[in-house]
Design a protein. Sequence first.
Length: 276
Amino acid sequence: MLKIGLTGSIACGKSFIARLFAVYGVTIIDSDLISREIVLPHAPTLKALVAAFGEEILTPQGSLNRPLLRKLVFSDNSKLATLNSIMHPAIRARTEELCALCAQGQMLPSTYHLVCAQTRAQRATERDHMLLSGLEQSVVYGTDGVILNDARTVQAQTALQQPLEPSLVLHPQVGVAPPYIMLDIPLLLENHLEDMVDRILVVDAAEDTQVQRIVARDHCSEELARSIIAKQVPRAVRVAAADDIIVTDKADIAEKQKHVLNLHRKYLELAAHKAV
């Protein structure tokens, strides 16, 4: 099965692009979701973290205290390396497990479908493509486990934009998974995971745009925003590694939809050739 690696620096709009692909039924395997799954209470990875950092990283309920762990490793490269040595292999193993399930034709748990919708009524030909807001009898799952709909879906990761009318178009075959999957891995290049995918799709934006988005979204200083960006792979390196690129700060939603659709068709063709 063809595997597309979706990556991009912070605040480039990667999550929104992933949602647009998911509208066409593409299975999205989200490494951020996996990183949360593998540290649920009693999970082996959480036990390994406790062994490395102590019981203090747990809440009274036995869950991982993420803010505390983040604080512990933020300015300590040795502790950060220990954290990565535990988390990265576990995330990779779970990702490969989910990829294998997809290759076998099995449906993933609903939390791994960034957007998964099924209509219950037959639609007329002229309504084969419809607005997401018109699907009263659909079930749409988001990465946070709650229903995504209308403006909340459209405005996700768009802190600087004006309020937008719902305009995501839902493909009529959204319930049928295409013959390729997308691995949403923010740090794909930083962690040298290129061997896990067949192609790399980079979502890109100018650094000034990233800074504005981070400041608006996280209510932090411009200095902190730039320091976060500086810790990631340089933009030029990321762009050079890309097989495909979507630039998000110079395109409106309609242009992004068109770009995603063109890439979706391209990936369908590549997947068909790979299957031969």
